[in-house]
Ligand binder design. Sequence first.
Ligand code: HEC
Length: 131
Amino acid sequence: MALALGCVIAMCLRAVIAGGSLAADGASTIKLPKETAALRPSELFGYKIAREKCGICHSADYINLQPPGMTLAQWTAEMVKMQHAYGAPLDEEEIKQLSIYLTSAYADATTIPPPSAAPPATDAPSSPTTR
Ligand code: HEC
């Protein structure tokens, strides 16, 4: 056993000598990506929903790697796809809040409707939300 190990070490030494220090350095500095990619933080309610729901099936990389500048409509379609095609447990209100958050945090805030779309504060006068 010790002899076998000795041989392995000898081979390593030879490899290092042959390949120079470059190979050895390269091997010792491999860094794996952080295992849990984070969602971009936000004050928006959708951020909270995203943290609860989006990690069920995949990492935040899927979101982080989307092309920048996706519009509200595009993010909404994406959320509907998560719901319908993949079975993400999201209701309509959550899809709305998520899309606003994603659009805001990931690019094109200009497509977001004015602040009234935020979750009802205390006494929002008109909210015909029953469907
Ligand atoms: C029920 C499982 C599930 C949940 C929950 C889920 N996803 Fe996905 N998501 C998927 C699958 C499956 C894919 C496609 C994976 C592939 O193509 O390799 C995907 C892919 C994506 C992509 C990449 C683009 C695409 O359309 O393939 C984005 C962006 C995305 N999800 C965003 C989200 C967000 C935001 C949430 C949180 C609301 C979410 N997902 C929740 C299953 C889910």
